[in-house]
Ligand binder design. Sequence first.
Ligand SMILES: NC(=O)c1ccc[n+]([C@@H]2O[C@H](COP(=O)([O-])OP(=O)(O)OC[C@H]3O[C@@H](n4cnc5c(N)ncnc54)[C@H](O)[C@@H]3O)[C@@H](O)[C@H]2O)c1
Ligand SMILES: CC(C)=CCC/C(C)=C/C=C/C(C)=C/C=C/C(C)=C/C=C/C=C(C)/C=C/C=C(C)/C=C/C=C(\C)CCC=C(C)C
Length: 512
Amino acid sequence: MRGTLTAIASKNKTNSPNYDVIVIGSGMGGLVTATQLAAKGAKVLVLEKYLIPGGSAGYFEREGYRFDVGASMIFGFGTQGTTNLLTRALEAVNVSLETIPDPVQIHYHLPQGLDLKVHRDYEKFLEELIAKFPQEKAGIRRFYDECWQVFNCLNAMELLSLEEPRYLMRVFFQHPFACLGLVKYLPQNAGDIARRYIRDPELLKFIDMECYCWSVVPADRTPMINAGMVFSDRHYGGINYPKGGVGQIPQKLVEGLEKAGGEIHYKARVTKILLEKGKAVGVQLANGQQFYAKRIVSNATRWDTFEKLLPPEMMPKSEQKWQQRYQKSPSFLSLHLGVKADLLPPGTECHHILLEDWDNMEAEQGTIFVSIPTLLDPSLAPPDHHIIHTFTPSWIEQWQGLSPQNYQKQKDEAASRLIERLERIFPGLNQALDYEEVGTPRTHRRFLGRDGGTYGPIPGRKLAGLLGMPFNRTAIAGLYCVGDSTFPGQGLNAVAFSGFACGHRIAVDLGL
Ligand SMILES: NC(=O)c1ccc[n+]([C@@H]2O[C@H](COP(=O)([O-])OP(=O)(O)OC[C@H]3O[C@@H](n4cnc5c(N)ncnc54)[C@H](O)[C@@H]3O)[C@@H](O)[C@H]2O)c1
Ligand SMILES: CC(C)=CCC/C(C)=C/C=C/C(C)=C/C=C/C(C)=C/C=C/C=C(C)/C=C/C=C(C)/C=C/C=C(\C)CCC=C(C)C
């Protein structure tokens, strides 16, 4: 139903065309908002500062390798239920992607020889975990089964904006028990529920790692709603890798956006959100160009949006409060490696987590993450070679104030340390190297435009589950936020949800 809205901007101040909605940034949050609105007939413009779409779901190519920038373990590509938000986002604009199922979510290599795999098959995973902790057989099952209760509530209902009362009423009448179930879990954290059933300290540390490796905080600060999604969907929709690399997801969404009449401009860095009588009415780019629209959406982080794109006196009280509750998570030190294929024995899994000492789980460069996407899609590397993308949390402060020589030296030393530690699971790694590129928190800050290169917001202290995470509307009229600094937080499927919710709220506000 294109054309129902004829994009009359607040005031026709410039010769530039007018839009219903401008989206700042083409991360997955921004693109899902844009495509949802374009599919409903809104005139949408996406402004992206980089050369390609995707943000953390982007890619780069070097010497025959196609490396994923960040996201690599992809939820949301299932074929059933309602939580398969990536599948649904693509379908909404009539595009699709071939995906490759991953039989194991993670192969853990943890302290004291705790070595185990999270199989796609739920019972097989539980069997393997129970074999390591037989005394906790009942507790293990009760904890993970409770995660399914959360998931089953979510997976029964249409997922849209929780800021839209008519939608809330509708889902409540359609699924009263699922809604009440979610209301019960919204203020809870996974750690408290795990402690209800499990006593073994090592098993509780394992549950902490199960949360930390995607939420970057231990279980007692991980919202139960998010844990329910991750710990169940990995066995339901499963982890599926997009053929051609993660960068295909945003590229397909852009294809769909353009087919639906939307526009995207690259190398378009927004430096200002333009206000009129306190309402967001447009944006200004670094080159001075201005664009106007009825609604403005920022896919930049909240820190970037409120501290860099708006004048300091416009910082809303609610944002100041949010910043007291949530802090920036660390960024990552990433190594993009090309290796000879014979390094990896048959049966090697795609994703690994390595930690040698529990005390270092949250430490700078403590936990190591590994993703080997070429085990699922060999076309991403030259013949007889694999990609190993490995990363470890690191703070921007570690990389600031260094001379160019010292920055390079520190990168080289950190890369060597990572490779040395990885030799434990991939003996011969150093000898098998064919290509190496190191990214630091400074790289993530520069290419993703994220303050401090942060992976996203984390609770500064223990909070009541998801209750503190803001939705899409902001205290500034006409301005919305989308992406991982809005409900429900980090993760491609999570930011896709925030995109569905943001698109829905704006569509209602515009009367679409
Ligand atoms: N699954 C995984 O393995 C994994 C790994 C890393 C990250 N991720 C997820 O990816 C998610 C990120 O998604 P997102 O949508 O919140 O954001 P994003 O950071 O991916 O995208 C933001 C986009 O906005 C652009 N941008 C920023 N400031 C701009 C400006 N002023 N003008 C124009 N463009 C600007 C950036 O270039 C980027 O493309 C994170 O939540 C994270 O969890 C997943
Ligand atoms: C009416 C009434 C009364 C009421 C109402 C209530 C309701 C309805 C409620 C609702 C709610 C909701 C809807 C919610 C939602 C949620 C969601 C969607 C969520 C989601 C989530 C997701 C997630 C969290 C995900 C994540 C993921 C991630 C982060 C991942 C990552 C990964 C990584 C980093 C890893 C890597 C690794 C290696 C490499 C090894």
